[in-house]
Design a protein around this ligand. Structure first.
Ligand SMILES: Cc1cc2nc3c(=O)[nH]c(=O)nc-3n(C[C@H](O)[C@H](O)[C@H](O)COP(=O)(O)OP(=O)(O)OC[C@H]3O[C@@H](n4cnc5c(N)ncnc54)[C@H](O)[C@@H]3O)c2cc1C
Length: 462
């Protein structure tokens, strides 16, 4: 088939290796999200750079031709950040997946942006080190995508979000300029922290090409415990109880409402004899002597005696750890319960959470088109996820559900996005958690770094 090549493609093909530029038939089988593999990618071309120099060349040429670019990582993002049109050039970092260096004294790892998160875990582990960022999509998400979305996940409570785990970045700006700040130092007060500007910018300010990650000592003892709880306030009280007892070692504290737990756990043999209203999955990571495990048991016994929790089930083997975390992480099963879904990822101050959830559930119960309300999340971070299953995709119902979830957030000083970002899908709600002045400043930063508005146009802001 003869393809009409426009000036930008002609110039890209002149300077880049042939296998970097995919057009026409070569795009077959490509998509823009791991959950939409049957929907073909919309793009003028898909570019697979092999080096930072390639990315810089691509950006320079696109800049000269006013060519919009959409950046692809592992395609696991949940807010439409990688959605593209057939007029876009799509740049995927998948080939830039090398681990360049592991420095065991500085405890850092320097990687290309296309490195898959699970591969980073393995590489750190081989050196008795540990990279704490962890969530369900770790087998597909790339570190560049995690940085671009400031991913959170299961261990934020102890180790912070992605922005706490990054020491250095290399970024290519819209005009092709390479900003290299790949330092291994922890403290750097030499003016504005430019790296932090790019972390969480969702590909709208630059293309992240390399990163230096902060590693921790490997933690060999892992306790995973599922507990059953009667009421929500007890889940919050139990969190403080655990923090006081485990003094900083609690790394995850995940809550699941009963209906969510039942669907997620239905594929496995029953963990609990009795049913509970709430389930919390905890992780405690340490390097203490095996006797510490005994202490962990006594803490949970005390919690049962104090009526904070009803029941606790411990993982005793690697398989059981995987089973427990599989129940929490494999949330795709919840999507499968209804034909249409809406996903939410909100932040609410923990002292307001019970009231917020009660109000939201009460309003959602009145919407006939709703079949399921699945609620779960990172309770210790004040971050709840809702997956709302519906029997229709009608816009009016979508808006109503959005209004129910987002409406009360301003009053409690919450956020419409705790960790997934804004992308395309939450853009219209941004003013519910950001002031006019803040949005004005965001726009000025975009103008300064991407004056022609070519990178991920329409994501976060118009
Ligand atoms: C099952 C599942 C569970 C999840 N759990 C969590 C969770 O617990 N916590 C959480 O925070 N998130 C979670 N997520 C969503 C999370 O944001 C993404 O999984 C991840 O951070 C995105 O990485 P990615 O490589 O897939 O990026 P993509 O999805 O490919 O891209 C995401 C955004 O980043 C941009 N981008 C990608 N790479 C680059 C780059 N190199 N430079 C600049 N911009 C780039 C894209 O343009 C897009 O805007 C989950 C997703 C799934 C499917």
């Amino acid at each position: 088939m003869n393809l009409m090549l426009d000036a930008v493609l002609v110039n890209l093909l002149k300077v880049l290796d042939k296998e970097v530029v995919l057009i026409g038939e070569a795009l077959r089988g490509r998509y823009s999200h791991i959950w939409k593999t049957n929907t073909p990618l919309e793009a003028k071309a898909l570019l697979l750079p092999k080096t930072t120099a390639d990315v810089s060349t691509i950006c320079q040429i696109c800049y000269e031709h006013n060519q919009p670019i959409v950046v692809q990582g592992g395609l696991t993002g949940l807010v439409g950040g990688t959605v593209s049109q057939n007029t876009d050039i799509v740049v995927s970092l998948q080939r830039m997946n090398r681990i360049e260096e592991i420095d065991t004294l500085c405890r850092t790892m320097t990687v290309e942006a296309g490195c898959i998160l699970a591969n980073i875990h393995q590489a750190a582990d081989a050196h008795d080190l540990f990279f704490p960022l962890n969530f369900g999509a770790k087998g597909s998400a790339q570190i560049g995508g995690c940085i671009a979305t400031n991913a959170g996940g299961l261990r934020v409570k102890r180790f912070g979000m992605t922005r706490n785990l990054i020491l250095g970045l290399e970024v290519v700006l819209a005009d092709g300029k390479i900003i290299n700040s790949l330092k291994k130092i922890i403290k750097d007060n030499s003016g504005y922290n430019l790296n932090q500007l790019f972390i969480g910018s969702e590909g709208t300010l630059g293309i992240i090409t390399r990163a230096t990650l902060k590693l921790e000592e490997k933690l060999v003892n892992r306790s995973s415990v599922f507990v059953g709880i009667v009421n929500f306030q007890d889940a919050i009280r139990f969190l403080r109880f655990c923090d006081a007892k485990f003094s900083g070692l609690l790394s995850a504290y995940e809550i699941l409402w009963a209906n969510t737990f039942e669907v997620l756990a239905s594929r496995y043999k029953s963990l609990f004899v009795d049913k509970h209203n709430y389930y919390v999955l905890l992780e405690i990571l340490d390097n203490h002597s095996p006797l510490f495990k005994d202490f962990v048991y006594t803490v949970f016994e005390e919690a049962v005696e104090k009526n904070l929790i009803q029941n606790a089930v411990f993982a005793h083997s690697a398989q059981e750890h995987d089973l427990f975390w599989g129940i929490r992480e494999e949330v795709e099963v919840l999507n499968a319960q209804s034909k249409y879904q809406q996903h939410f990822d909100i932040s609410v101050p923990i002292n307001q959470m019970a009231g917020y959830v009660e109000q939201v559930n009460c309003e959602l119960a009145k919407v006939e088109a709703i079949e399921h309300v699945f609620c779960f999340g990172h309770l210790a971070d004040g971050n709840l996820h809702f997956i709302i299953g519906k029997n229709t995709d009608e816009t009016s119902i979508k808006s109503l559900v959005n209004e129910i979830i987002y409406g009360p957030l301003s009053a409690v000083n919450g956020s419409i996005s705790a960790e997934h970002g804004i992308g395309l899908e939450k853009k219209q709600w941004l003013s519910r958690c950001r002031t006019e002045e803040e949005i004005g400043l965001i726009k000025k930063i975009k103008d300064a770094l991407d004056p022609k508005h070519l990178l991920n146009i329409g994501k976060i802001i118009d």
